[in-house]
Ligand binder design. Structure first.
Ligand SMILES: Cc1cc2nc3c(=O)[nH]c(=O)nc-3n(C[C@H](O)[C@H](O)[C@H](O)COP(=O)(O)OP(=O)(O)OC[C@H]3O[C@@H](n4cnc5c(N)ncnc54)[C@H](O)[C@@H]3O)c2cc1C
Length: 423
C-alpha cells in the first residue's frame, strides 16, 4: 500500500509545467500558496495584465488541492438555512449565488482546456441513521421553497437504483453535483495561469512579509521579493506567517484510501449513475469511483493531522466494507492525508488585514469550487473590478481562545463523535 496521494501518483506534476528556479525581484502581486486558491487568483490577475508570482513552499499543488476527494456541488460547508438565519436573506442569497458561480468557474476552466475528468452526474447524500431521514426530506422542501433549487428525495426502497449499498436509510440527489480529478485540475490550472504570464516558483517558502513604504517585501527561502500587493492562500497549511490569519481557521486532517481498479460490473453496481456520495454523519464519509474505476473512500473520525496512515487505512477500510461488503476482498493501493482549514463559523474567510495583505481560505470540506471562486474574487478585488466581496463583508470570526496549538481539538472531536453515536 502506497502512502502517497493516489491522484498525484496517477497524474504526476507534468515535467513541462513552466516553473522558475528563482523568484522575480519585483512584481505587482505575490501570491503565497500554490493550490486552487492561489493559482486561481494568479490566473485572473495575470489574465488582466498584472505581473504575478506564485510562491509555493513545496511543489505546485502539493497541498489539499491534489489530495482531495474531487467531489463538488452547490452550497457551502455551512448549511443554507443556517446562513439565511445568521446573515439575512439578501446576503444569504449572495452566498448561494457565489457557490453556483463557483461551479460555473470550474466549467469555464474546463472550456479553457483544463482537462480534469469533470463529470456532472449529480451527488447523493445518504442518511446514515433512520433519524437523519427527516432532515433530508426537510432540506428538499426548504431548498425548493427558498432557493427554487430542485433536489430529489430517494426513499430507502429506491436507493438500490442509485448506490450498491444496503446500509443507508434514504438519500437526496442534487443533479448539479460533480466529480473531477483533483491533480489534473490543479496542474491544468497552473499551466493556464502560466500561459497568461504568471510565474510559478516551487520550493520557495515565504518566511516573512514586511510592509514597506510602497508595498511589501517578502523574505523567501530563495531570496527577497518586492510586491505592491500580497495574497495569502495557504488554507489548511497556514502557519505563523501572518499571526492573525492563524486564528481564522483550524487545520484539520482528512484521510483517504483507494482500492485497486474494480471490474466494470462492480463499478456499475456501486454507482450506477456515476454519482458522487457522502453520508449524513458529523464526521462524514465521502466516496466515489475514480475515473479509472477504483473506489475512493475518505473521511475522518478524528480532527488530528498526524494519524498514522496504516491505522487510518484500517479504519477507513472497515467503514468502506460496512457500506460495501462486496469490496472486502479488493486491495487498498493508496492511503494518504491532507489538511483543510476549518473556520469557527464554517464560512469561507476572504479579506484584507490591517497591513493591507489580502487572503482567502477556510473552506471546510467544500473547498474545491470555493477555493477557485474566492481566489478569483480576491484577484478581482485587487484589480478594482469589484469593490467588495460578500465573504469579506461578514464578521471574520476568529478562534480567540488559542494562539499556537489548537489544544481543544480532541475535545471537539469527542463531542462530534458522541453526536454521531447518539443522534
Ligand atoms: C483529504 C482531503 C479531501 C478533501 N475532499 C474535498 C472534496 O471532495 N471536495 C471539496 O470541495 N473539498 C475537499 N477538500 C478541501 C479542498 O481540497 C481544499 O479546501 C482546497 O484544496 C483548498 O485549496 P487552497 O489552494 O486554498 O489550499 P491548498 O491546496 O492546501 O494549498 C495551500 C498551499 O500553501 C502552501 N503554503 C503554506 N504556507 C506557505 C508558505 N509560508 N510559503 C509558501 N507556500 C506555503 C502549502 O504548501 C500548500 O501547497 C478536501 C481536503 C482534503 C485534505
Amino acid at each position: 500500500m502506497k502512502t502517497i496521494p493516489f491522484w498525484s501518483d496517477d497524474f504526476p506534476r507534468p515535467n513541462d509545467l513552466p516553473v522558475s528556479e528563482t523568484p522575480p525581484q519585483t512584481v505587482d502581486v505575490a501570491v503565497v500558496g500554490g493550490g486552487y486558491t492561489g493559482l486561481s487568483a494568479a490566473r485572473t490577475l495575470a489574465k488582466h495584465g498584472a505581473s504575478v508570482v506564485v510562491l509555493e513552499q513545496h511543489t505546485i499543488g502539493w497541498g489539499a488541492s491534489s489530495r482531495n476527494g474531487g467531489i463538488t456541488g452547490c452550497g457551502l460547508k455551512q448549511g443554507m438555512p443556517a446562513i439565511f438565519r445568521r446573515y439575512g436573506e439578501t446576503r444569504a442569497r449572495q452566498f448561494w449565488q457565489a457557490s453556483l458561480d463557483a461551479l460555473e468557474l470550474i466549467k469555464e476552466l474546463v472550456a479553457e482546456g483544463v482537462d480534469c475528468d469533470w463529470h456532472q452526474d449529480g451527488d447523493l447524500e445518504v442518511a446514515y441513521k433512520p433519524s437523519h431521514v427527516k432532515a433530508l426530506q426537510a432540506r428538499v422542501a426548504w431548498q425548493r421553497k427558498m432557493l427554487n433549487h430542485e433536489l430529489v428525495f430517494v426513499p430507502r426502497e429506491a436507493l438500490r437504483d442509485e448506490i450498491g449499498s444496503d446500509v443507508y436509510y434514504a438519500g437526496v440527489i442534487d443533479p448539479h453535483g460533480a466529480g473531477l480529478h483533483p491533480a489534473k485540475l490543479v496542474f491544468g490550472l497552473a499551466a493556464l495561469a502560466a500561459r497568461h504570464g504568471a510565474q510559478l516558483c516551487e520550493n520557495t517558502a515565504v518566511q516573512y512579509i514586511r510592509r514597506t513604504g510602497q508595498g511589501y517585501e517578502l523574505l523567501t527561502s530563495k531570496g527577497a521579493v518586492r510586491a505592491n500587493q500580497v495574497v495569502v492562500a495557504t488554507n489548511g497549511y497556514t502557519e505563523s506567517l501572518e499571526p492573525s490569519l492563524r486564528r481564522l481557521l483550524i487545520p484539520a486532517g482528512s484521510y483517504s484510501i483507494v482500492t485497486e481498479p474494480l471490474p466494470a460490473d462492480l463499478q456499475r453496481q456501486i454507482s450506477p449513475r456515476r454519482r458522487v456520495f457522502w453520508d449524513s454523519k458529523w464526521f462524514l464519509n465521502y466516496f466515489r469511483l475514480t475515473p479509472d474505476g477504483r473506489l475512493l473512500w475518505g473521511g475522518r473520525n478524528d480532527l488530528s493531522t498526524d494519524l498514522d496512515l496504516q491505522k487510518s487505512a484500517r479504519i477507513l477500510h472497515r467503514q468502506m466494507v460496512r457500506a460495501f461488503p462486496q469490496l472486502a476482498d479488493y486491495k487498498v493501493t493508496h492511503t494518504w492525508t491532507g489538511q483543510l482549514g476549518i473556520p469557527l463559523d464554517l464560512m469561507p474567510k476572504v479579506g484584507r488585514l490591517e497591513n493591507g495583505v489580502h487572503y482567502a481560505m477556510g473552506f471546510g470540506g467544500h473547498g474545491l469550487h470555493m477555493a477557485l471562486y474566492t481566489g478569483r474574487e480576491v484577484a478581482r478585488w485587487l484589480l478594482g473590478q469589484i469593490r467588495q466581496t460578500p465573504f469579506a463583508e461578514i464578521p471574520q470570526k476568529r478562534y480567540f481562545f488559542y494562539r499556537y496549538k489548537p489544544w481543544f481539538m480532541p475535545l471537539v472531536a469527542a463531542y462530534y463523535r458522541a453526536r454521531d453515536n447518539l443522534s
